[in-house]
Design a protein around this ligand. Structure first.
Ligand SMILES: NC(=O)CCC(=O)C(=O)O
Length: 292
């Protein structure tokens, strides 16, 4: 969460012009070259209110053997990606969710899958360490440490709730973000093509059940032998898909989010008010032997 030393005003209203950059992670392109290319793509989005990049677009979400070598600091004074993204956000004058990097230097030798958000001044305003690591007993789940804190960001027009890829399968995280005031979930991903149907379904489900916008930014191409789904999408609080690309080429998906729609949907169809369980227990009592 934004610290108490960083008060910001979020009005949760107006229109957010969002640009989601579905970046290709081509194993034949160097990380340096991709970083420069992505920085210039971000600069080309001047005029947007929010620009979003995918998960681990520097190294590739499935390029596990490169994680340690490509790990970086989240501090723009020490990390090449943080520095490049801070400068690109400032030059374009945009809020930038810079996708995620393999982070080193947070706690000893531990590595994390960490999303970074920059203000239009290029200031780092949030870091979200992915809570649910993918791979069961392999890959990310064994190489990286898990984050522990849900994170929201006070963008001036919309409180953003942050999640990353596999997190999409865990609705309790999104409910916690909703309870923290999120009006739009931002979900960078490196989701494989073979589970593209799950991606579509889960992204819409998170929007419908929380009556919240979802900005889900996938990765283009294929890396480490894993074809990516792409299918970057913007979904409104009623579950309508405002924009989506049906392929996995590198592309920009844009949409205008009318933030007033969140309150309209929540007031006209007030399912969130009908919740009975909160944090796993009855809101107005405790479960005892299955009865109140
Ligand atoms: N990078 C990821 O978190 C992949 C998640 C995935 O493949 C799945 O949930 O399916």
């Amino acid at each position: 969460m934004l610290g108490p030393d960083r008060p910001r005003q979020t009005k949760d209203g107006g229109t957010v012009r969002a640009s989601l950059l579905q970046i290709e992670v081509d194993p034949d392109e160097s990380v340096n070259s991709r970083r420069e290319r992505v920085a210039s793509l971000v600069r080309s989005q001047a005029g947007a209110d929010l620009v979003v990049l995918p998960e681990l677009w520097t190294v590739g979400a499935f390029a596990f053997d490169r994680f340690a070598a490509e790990a970086e600091s989240t501090d723009p004074e020490h990390g090449a990606t943080a520095l490049a993204m801070s400068a690109a956000a400032r030059d374009a004058g945009v809020w930038l969710h810079a996708g995620s990097i393999v982070e080193k230097g947070h706690r000893g030798g531990a590595l994390y899958n960490t999303s970074l958000v920059f203000s239009p001044a290029g200031e780092p305003v949030a870091a979200y360490r992915k809570i649910h690591r993918f791979g069961f007993d392999r890959g990310e789940a064994t190489l990286l440490s898990a984050g522990t804190e849900p994170v929201t960001v006070a963008h001036p027009q919309a409180t953003l709730g942050l999640a990353t890829c596999y997190d999409l399968r865990f609705p309790e995280l999104f409910r916690a973000l909703t309870d923290s005031g999120a009006r739009a979930f931002v979900v960078p991903a490196g989701w494989p093509e073979k589970r593209a149907a799950h991606w579509d379904l889960l992204a819409r489900a998170r929007a419908v059940e929380n009556q919240t916008f979802v900005l889900a930014c996938g990765t283009a191409g294929a890396h480490a032998g894993v074809a990516q789904a792409g299918r970057t999408a913007v979904i409104d609080p009623w579950g309508e898909v405002l924009a989506q690309t049906d392929g996995n080429e590198e592309t920009v998906v844009t949409a205008e989010l009318d933030l007033a729609q969140v309150e309209k949907v929540r007031e006209s169809f007030p399912v969130l008010k009908d919740r009975v369980l909160k944090d796993g227990v009855l809101k107005d009592g405790v479960l005892k032997d299955g009865v109140r």
